[in-house]
Design a protein around this ligand. Structure first.
Ligand code: ZN
Ligand code: ZN
Length: 173
């Protein structure tokens, strides 16, 4: 079971639910919401510390994998920003929508593109939760995204190799 948790007000959760259901062939529920993560805010950077939010999500008592969806800019120590993070140990993932909108870069709004990017990031981070490493195939959803250019180049599906690995990790065969 995968639980989607909105952090603050998030609009595209139904879309993510459908995509995750398809990709992981698993039940997906939108399960409650968390307050805006002011505790993780760094005023000097005007960004939120991703691991602090991830830890908070991991404390929520739900029997399954948890994906938090936030709309604040995330960073981690030593990194300018992160699109998302995952912890296989606590079976928790987090993505940020902030840098996925074309408007963030001064470009015209594009809802379809935005939703597609969000699905890719969500599938990618949940792939890590299941134990998948990064993939060298630039079109595979598990390819590392250093920039949105990488995100746009890959699709939201696992390559055949990652698909096999995922099956083995989840079901032991
Ligand atoms: Zn990754
Ligand atoms: Zn792959």
């Amino acid at each position: 079971m995968i639980f989607i948790i909105s952090i603050g007000q998030i609009k595209i959760l139904d879309h993510l639910k459908k995509e995750l259901k398809d990709r992981f062939n698993s039940r997906v529920e939108i399960e409650g919401s968390m307050e805006k993560p002011d505790y993780a805010f760094n005023p000097a950077r005007k960004q939120h510390l991703a691991p602090a939010i991830l830890e908070k999500i991991s404390k929520i008592k739900l029997d399954g994998i948890k994906l938090g969806v936030a709309d604040v800019d995330l960073y981690d120590r030593g990194l300018n920003f992160v699109f998302g993070e995952a912890s296989p140990l606590t079976r928790t993932a987090l993505i940020s929508l902030t840098r996925l909108r074309p408007e963030y870069y001064g470009l015209a709004e594009n809802e379809a593109l935005f939703k597609e990017r969000a699905a890719k990031e969500a599938v990618h981070e949940l792939g890590h939760v299941f134990g998948l490493p990064h993939c060298s195939d630039p079109e595979c959803v598990m390819h590392f995204s250093n920039s949105l250019w990488d995100t746009d180049k890959k699709n939201s599906f696992f390559c055949s190799l990652c698909k096999k690995k995922l099956k083995k990790l989840r079901f032991g065969r």
